[in-house]
Design a protein around this ligand. Structure first.
Ligand code: HEC
Ligand code: HEC
Length: 459
């Protein structure tokens, strides 16, 4: 390593560690000095404390260094680190505001140095259209929406319609644009082994917005390949180190205490909520009734039987519009910068029936091709249920960043519940809508909107 890059690496690790502390106050690593010594390649202290939050302490330090390292030794990647997208100063996620600030800074630096670079802006997934290859320079989905392009193979029975000809194209891959989720609390939000969905992969949850990976190691390997374009696969130890590091990242000390208690089997489990005002307390009761049957358990990603882990909550574009008069539900339409990500798919069902459906991101249906069943039971537009902690710092929301504020999230769910009632008709009262199978008693009432929002801001 050159001396200058060494200094930069050490500085990055040091300042990030401090920033981590300032921003989340929750990363318990045994000191920035130790982290810097890892970056310098100095021998690790032999008698490091054996465990930090259930993970080997030295693995956490190596994982931290690997997470921040733009030139991980020998991997021949494209200069990207995990931290380029999961920004430590942005709750380990990526907001459109951070992207735009970095983009503007890069333009400004380029006035003085033509070769100035920010590896966030790599054509592999940051440009909008891969047809331009390395020449691509349209970063509008990233800058306007904070979305990264994810390329997924199409199942054998699914084709994308070419808008120019309105006929199925020969493409075997499709691009979807997804937000960068936080890696806080991943120790709690992975597969939970309960209430499995009818089919895999990972029927009871996993990592990525569609839960296509069962472990953090699988996930990190895919990130190295897809986002960092490494030429050489990272070692298993690096993948384990990254997993150890991420498993000690929590939104706050109360979530960490809950994770510790679960791991150590200490009962009763501590309360994850901080002190709540009367309004927030009232909002919590609404959350427990209206949201926790999906966002339940320690990670807020475990469902209550018979509710399962994967759902279509109508966040894709375009949004359904009710044809009844008066309209029974009315979603906020997607703005043009998101609506343009919609594609029409042609799906061949068993028995060779062909159906067409349009979506900006069909979610789990891209993993399984399982479409065309009774709507609630197929995989179309279904996503994994995410945790919600630290919400007030991670706007915008949903897989496509389509809700700008927590208020917009709650208003979206109000319409979502109304639509489920409208689509199912008066006879059906599934657990998603009803606690007793008879009454539609889960949706928040208009009076409950403010308390619910107040509570969500405390998470
Ligand atoms: C180019 C930006 C980018 C880079 C670089 C990147 N990620 Fe991600 N990460 C994403 C996006 C986008 C998703 C969601 C993808 C999806 O659902 O298909 C994601 C998802 C994740 C998740 C899943 C979280 C959950 O709750 O399911 C983890 C964990 C993660 N990344 C870790 C990493 C690690 C470790 C690295 C470095 C090896 C890394 N990421 C590099 C953009 C990035
Ligand atoms: C039927 C199950 C279900 C119910 C009920 C439900 N959610 Fe969700 N929630 C999901 C799924 C699935 C996603 C992921 C969808 C996406 O990202 O587009 C999600 C995503 C979210 C997100 C986005 C998180 C992020 O980081 O972007 C928020 C916020 C949220 N839900 C809040 C709530 C609130 C508040 C309620 C109660 C009013 C609620 N949810 C009820 C299943 C549910």
């Amino acid at each position: 390593m050159h001396r200058s890059s060494l200094l930069i690496a050490a500085g990055l690790v040091l300042s990030s560690t401090l920033l981590l502390r300032a921003a989340t106050s929750e990363i318990i690593v045994p000191g920035a000095a130790a982290a810097a010594s890892v970056a310098h390649g100095a021998p690790r202290p032999a008698a490091a404390a054996p465990e930090c939050g259930g993970e080997p302490c030295d693995a956490i330090l190596r994982g931290l260094a690997a997470f921040l390292d733009r030139k991980l030794a020998g991997l021949e990647g494209n200069g990207r680190a995990c931290a380029d997208c999961h920004m430590p100063t942005d709750s380990f996620q990526l907001s459109p505001a951070s992207v735009e600030a970095r983009f503007q800074l890069l333009q400004w630096r380029r006035r003085f140095d033509r070769r100035a670079d920010d590896p966030l802006f790599r054509p592999v997934d940051a440009d909008d259209f891969r047809t331009l290859g390395e020449e691509a320079h349209d970063f509008s989905n990233l800058r306007q929406n904070g979305l990264v392009r994810v390329t997924l193979p199409l199942p054998a029975n699914v084709r994308v319609i070419d808008p120019a000809t309105n006929a199925p194209s020969a493409d075997t891959f499709v691009d979807v644009w997804r937000s960068v989720p936080t890696v806080n609390d991943v120790a709690l939000t992975g597969p939970d082994g309960t209430n499995p969905w009818a089919r895999g992969p990972n029927p009871s949850g996993g990592y990525q917005l569609d839960a296509r990976f069962g472990t953090l190691q699988e996930q990190a390997l895919a990130a190295f390949t897809a986002h960092a374009q490494v030429g050489i696969a990272p070692s298993e130890r690096t993948l384990d180190d990254l997993a150890s590091f991420q498993r000690i990242l929590f939104t706050n000390h109360r979530v960490r205490a809950l994770s510790d208690a679960l791991r150590e089997g200490t009962l009763p489990l501590p309360d994850v909520d901080g002190p709540l005002t009367a309004l927030e307390q009232a909002g919590k009761a609404v959350f427990v009734r209206a949201c926790a049957h999906c966002h339940g358990g320690a990670g807020q990603s475990t469902t209550q039987a018979p509710v399962v882990r994967y759902h279509d909550i109508t966040t894709q574009c375009p949004r359904p519009v009710d044809t009844a008069v008066p309209a029974r539900f009315a979603f906020t339409p997607c703005p043009p910068q998101l609506a343009r990500n919609a594609r029409t798919y042609e799906i061949t069902l068993p028995g060779n029936t062909i159906v067409r459906r349009t979506s900006s991101d069909p979610g789990r249906a891209l993993l399984t091709g399982f479409v065309g069943g009774v709507p609630a039971q197929d995989d179309w537009n279904k996503f994994d249920t995410p945790g919600l902690r630290g919400l007030r710092k991670t706007a915008p929301y949903f897989h496509n960043n389509s809700a700008a504020t927590i208020e917009a999230v709650v208003d979206h769910y109000t319409e979502f519940f109304k639509r489920v009632v409208a689509v199912l008709g008066p006879a059906a009262r599934p657990p998603v809508l009803s606690t007793d199978g008879v009454n539609v008693d889960r949706p928040p009432t208009p009076e409950e909107r403010l308390p619910l929002i107040a509570y969500l801001k405390t998470l």
